[in-house]
Design a protein. Structure first.
Length: 127
């Protein structure tokens, strides 16, 4: 179980860091062209979502990898799940049901990490 959790943690972390970095660094004018829901979100909100995704992605990996406050890993994963649930609500309200599989595809592995690192295979802190 520990190996499976590490594999999923790295995939979840890298996915959110990559996704969030795009929202931070791409010009806003390009973002609203490339992302279907882009025109419905202000630039500061776009950047906030990006920063949240990057920090959550790093939080899923770094505390566990360094064993410094590893209890932050399941909290970061739970935060990413919350972001995906809020994104699903946003897309449902806008009638963008075709985007829900993306939210589930990102959120379900994050939920697995949150559960796994909280209950099933927590990582011990450095003593």
């Amino acid at each position: 179980m520990n190996v499976a959790l590490w594999i999923v943690q790295v995939l979840v972390g890298a996915s959110f860091v990559f996704s969030g970095a795009g929202k931070i660094y791409w010009p806003y004018s390009e973002l609203i062209k490339a992302i279907p829901w882009g025109s419905a979100v202000s630039e500061p909100m776009f950047r906030f979502i990006g920063v949240s995704e990057v920090l959550g992605g790093l939080g899923v990996i770094l505390p566990a990898a360094t064993r410094i406050k590893p209890w932050l890993t399941p909290l970061a994963a739970a935060g990413l799940v919350l972001i995906m649930v809020l994104a699903m609500i946003f897309h449902i309200v806008r009638g963008e049901f075709y985007l829900l599989p993306w939210n589930i595809g990102f959120g379900a592995p994050a939920l697995f990490v949150a559960w796994g690192r909280w209950k099933r295979a927590p990582i011990a802190s450095r003593a």
